[in-house]
Design a protein around this ligand. Structure first.
Ligand code: SF4
Length: 295
């Protein structure tokens, strides 16, 4: 699914990533999603943490489907292309994470029956009015749920997160994760068997400097929480349409420019004089629209 506003067909498709970009900084959304810009230097390579996370997810699928840690390690190694400069995410570190994870959770996992893994979804979450007098837009929200599990006849979702960021606020913050609320909302729509779902387990694999740590946190959403999530998304989309309609994409600045302690990939553009930006865009960026279809 290619994300963004399709004015011709009156359709808006978004996922958690594209929505988060807009909420971080509308200008960042404009560059990445509306214009499809990515820096020339990053067009050929995925970030090391993303490559590592993808391979770990492959191993998690094997652990849940086949309960075989050796096979999980093999599949991790098959899937992982290490980045030489990344001393933290080595193949050996990946193996130790899988082995430690199995030791920590294999008994607990017996409480769950895996219903299905890797559920890709694209659900209609409502309509928003247009600003040009035309027909309203249909809004679709897409994503990928790692696991749907059963525990005592109860449907639960699970999302695996590899992280090197440790904070006392991590667990409470998950309760407000828009991504997870969206997963629960979507799961209830895509299959009548999941319609009673209200919970998601965040399964965190924490990569500390010297050891691995694991914890799980349950996010619980009632009907009001889920409706509030949907209303919030539709409201954000109306703001997005306003930016598009007026061709004005605010720069939120400082904090957004250094989110996660990284410089925004569009900093050079924002930092340049307006008259120079077109030329800089052509020389520093290439076009690759955000499409979730092959992820
Ligand atoms: S550099 Fe800052 S203001 Fe510009 S797009 Fe990025 S986050 Fe927004």
């Amino acid at each position: 699914m290619q994300t963004g506003i399709d004015s011709k067909n009156r359709v808006i498709k978004l996922d958690n990533y594209s929505l988060s970009l807009f909420r971080e900084c509308p200008r960042k959304y404009f560059h990445r999603i509306d214009s499809g810009l990515i820096p020339e230097s990053s067009s050929q390579s995925l970030a090391p943490e993303l490559l590592f996370g993808i391979a770990i997810h492959r191993a998690m699928d094997t652990l849940f489907n086949e309960q075989d840690p050796e096979l999980a390690c093999e599949r991790f190694l098959d899937a992982y292309q290490p980045v030489p400069e990344d001393a933290k995410r080595t193949p050996g570190r990946g193996i130790s994470i899988i082995e430690d994870y199995w030791e920590r959770w294999s008994r607990e996992n017996d409480r769950y029956d895996l219903s299905v893994s890797e559920v890709k979804f694209e659900v209609n979450i409502g309509k928003v009015p247009s600003l040009d007098g035309g027909a309203p837009y249909d809004v679709y929200y897409g994503g990928l749920i790692d696991k749907v599990l059963m525990r005592n006849d109860q449907v639960l979702l699970m999302d695996h997160k590899t992280s090197s960021w440790e904070s006392t606020y991590l667990i409470p913050a998950y309760a407000q994760s828009q991504q997870f609320k969206g997963y629960v909302w979507a799961a209830r729509q895509i299959n009548p068997a999941f319609a009673s779902c209200t919970q998601l387990i965040v399964d965190v694999l924490l990569i500390k400097p010297k050891n691995n740590d694991f914890f799980r946190s349950e996010v619980i959403c009632n009907e009001d929480d889920l409706e509030e999530w949907r209303e919030g998304i539709l409201q954000t989309i109306q703001m997005m349409l306003m930016c598009k309609h007026t061709n004005t994409w605010p720069q939120f600045g400082k904090e957004s420019c250094t989110n996660w302690n990284r410089l925004c990939p569009y900093f050079e553009l924002c930092d340049a004089k307006k008259s120079l930006r077109r030329g800089m865009t052509e020389s520093l960026y290439t076009t690759e629209f955000w499409d979730t279809s092959d992820r």
